[in-house]
Design a protein around this ligand. Structure first.
Ligand SMILES: Cc1ncc(COP(=O)(O)O)c(C=O)c1O
Length: 387
């Protein structure tokens, strides 16, 4: 399928080609000096701390949770309105995902009141996700966390460059996790990163990234170590130098591209202002965010009718070469989660209702205002036939 307007697109150019070529010519491809540079640059970007680049965002989440020592019998509170990776990472540790509802139509992020209501003796961590790059209420989440002595992990996969009260998302909680998958704001194909200001946690993440070894092959190559011991179960979640080289260039472009996305969101908002069928979440969010997704909610009728209209709209847009998607079906209603934990419909009313009404429209820095006008025009034309 060749989309006229794909949901996301990558801004890759000569600089990326040059830096990747340099890596290939260097003869060292696995985690090494370019990754060191990428980690330092990302840490600076987040205001200083420990940045550990890994193979993907899911691995970043798994390592963050594993570094906190989560295990069977523990519980983690998180949103169900997220990509399944957020919750799967909890399952990898053996802990139980305890889902909290979102705030509402205007704000699709986890509700702090819901977080607090779900805290039990078994709760060991709070895991929040900044939907579309719009920051969660971190002030409230951190207050609750402090009251119960819990760490807060930020799934900042959507939020590189987003700011919460002057701090970068991913650097506000105990640990922050990023994804550099191909549809993200900063792209390395596959890739991810864990950020923390806690040196002990950082050391654990770094060690667990590579089988529990304290040193990498790169260190051995440089003659820094010849043997090793394993104190901690680790994984192979290493990133390659090719990915890190892409990451370094992409990081330089990130703020400019986020500003482009912000302008495009401005056009979307203006174009949909008068639509009685389309509701826009996060309209009062205006600031330095990553604007990763552009979600809309179908306003009309019951949830069931909204879902059917939404699916029709996605199909009709496809005929016009416009790619739309659903971010997200609720995780707690996936078969695996229903069967393993007995989760049922009705458990998270707002998440369930929004997931029936939500869809996302194309948003990426290679678009321009005219593209947005064309897309909104088509959407408005189709939804007009409903009334
Ligand atoms: C919210 C969220 N969390 C985690 C991930 C997982 O990242 P990755 O695909 O790099 O493993 C994604 C990626 O799509 C995501 O959107």
């Amino acid at each position: 399928m060749k989309w006229k307007y794909p949901l996301s697109d990558i801004d890759l150019g000569r600089a990326e080609e040059r830096e990747v070529l340099k890596v290939l010519q260097s003869g060292w491809l696995s985690t090494g000096p370019v990754t060191d540079r990428f980690e330092r640059a990302f840490s600076d970007f987040l205001g200083g701390g420990e940045a550990i680049a890994v193979s993907n965002g899911t691995a970043a989440l798994h390592l963050a949770l594993a570094a906190l020592g989560l295990k069977e019998g523990d519980e983690v509170i998180l949103p169900s309105f997220t990509f399944v990776a957020t919750a799967n990472a909890v399952l990898y540790t053996g802990a139980k995902p305890v889902f909290a509802d979102i705030l509402g139509h205007h704000n699709l992020n986890i509700s702090p009141t819901e977080i607090e209501n779900r805290i039990s003796k078994r709760t060991k961590a709070i895991l929040v996700m900044h939907y579309g790059g719009y920051p969660c209420d971190m002030g409230a989440a951190l207050k609750i966390a402090k009251r119960y002595g819990l760490p807060v992990i930020e799934d900042a996969a959507h939020a590189p460059g987003s700011e919460y009260r002057g701090k970068r998302c991913g650097a506000v909680g105990t640990l922050g996790c990023f994804s550099f998958f191909s549809n993200k704001n900063l792209v390395t194909g596959e890739g991810g990163l864990v950020f923390t200001k806690d040196r002990t946690l950082a050391e654990r993440v770094r060690t667990m990234r590579s089988h529990g070894m304290k040193a990498l092959s790169w260190d051995k190559f440089r003659g820094h170590l010849s043997s090793y011991d394993i104190e901690l179960l680790g994984y192979n979640y290493r990133i390659t130098e090719v990915q890190s080289a892409l990451g370094l260039v992409q990081l330089k472009k990130l703020e400019r591209n986020n500003r482009k996305r912000r302008r495009l969101v401005g056009v979307y908002r203006r174009e949909f202002e008068d639509s009685s069928m389309i509701f826009l979440p996060f309209v009062d969010f205006e600031g330095p965010y990553s604007y990763h997704l552009f979600p809309i909610l179908i306003r009309s009728g019951s949830q069931v009718r909204a879902a059917s209209l939404r699916d029709q709209l996605i199909r009709s847009l496809k005929d016009w070469g416009i790619q739309a998607s659903i971010h997200y079906p609720p995780v707690h209603l996936f078969t695996l989660y229903r069967e393993q934990f007995g989760y049922k419909t009705g458990m998270l009313p707002m998440t369930e209702e929004v997931s029936q009404r939500v869809m996302t429209l194309p948003l990426h820095p290679r678009m321009n205002a005219t593209d947005v006008e064309q897309i909104t025009q088509k959407v408005k034309e189709i939804v007009k036939r409903w009334s």
